[in-house]
Design a protein around this ligand. Structure first.
Ligand SMILES: O=Nc1c(NC[C@H](O)[C@H](O)[C@H](O)CO)[nH]c(=O)[nH]c1=O
Length: 166
């Protein structure tokens, strides 16, 4: 069975020396919690120390880009700079165009954030047309492609920080 979308690791990465920031929205909390847990468990399985995983929250996905910049800056000022950040949000299409505008603007802002902050920003935004799609991608629904994408984001964070770090 081919499980689509799983970005396989190209080698073993040792995350024991990196600091990871997770900043997550609080909309769709049950799904967010599963994604965050998936990312944290994968980070720890790749050697990232629990004390080097720093978690912050924001009201919604639209706040992620600006708050992520402030979060990164604050960690640097505190003398505990992050090596990578994972913004996590769950956007589910409603009856208006709100979903489209937040998805598009937040995605572009997160992509552009990397140049401003100089560390990798992992794309942890689920943009789903239905709640079922979001549940499946958080590993909460036995439906289509049930796989916790938070695990992939954790693995990508370690690879990007270790392979392309300073
Ligand atoms: O509307 N739906 C969603 C949402 N809206 C709030 C938005 O991100 C922001 O917090 C407010 O507009 C205030 O700036 N935020 C999400 O993370 N997921 C959604 O599905």
């Amino acid at each position: 069975m081919v499980v689509k979308g799983l970005g396989q690791l190209d080698q073993d990465y040792n995350g024991s020396e990196i600091r990871v920031g997770i900043i997550h929205a609080r909309w769709n909390k049950m799904i967010i919690d599963a994604l965050v847990n998936g990312a944290v468990e994968r980070l720890k399985s790749m050697g990232v120390r629990e004390e080097n995983i720093v978690v912050e929250t924001v009201p919604g996905s639209f706040e992620l880009p600006w708050a992520a910049k402030r979060f990164i800056d604050a960690q640097k000022v505190a003398g505990e700079p992050l090596d990578v950040v994972i913004p996590i949000g769950v956007l589910i299409k409603g009856s208006t165009m709100h979903f489209e505008y937040i998805s598009e603007s937040t995605t572009h802002a997160l992509m552009n954030l990397q140049e401003k902050v100089g560390i990798p920003v992992i794309f942890g935004l689920l943009t789903c047309l239905t709640e079922e799609q979001a549940l499946a991608r958080a590993g909460l629904d036995a439906g289509e492609s049930m796989h916790n994408h938070g695990e992939d984001w954790g693995a990508a964070a370690v690879e990007m920080a270790v392979k392309f770090g300073p």
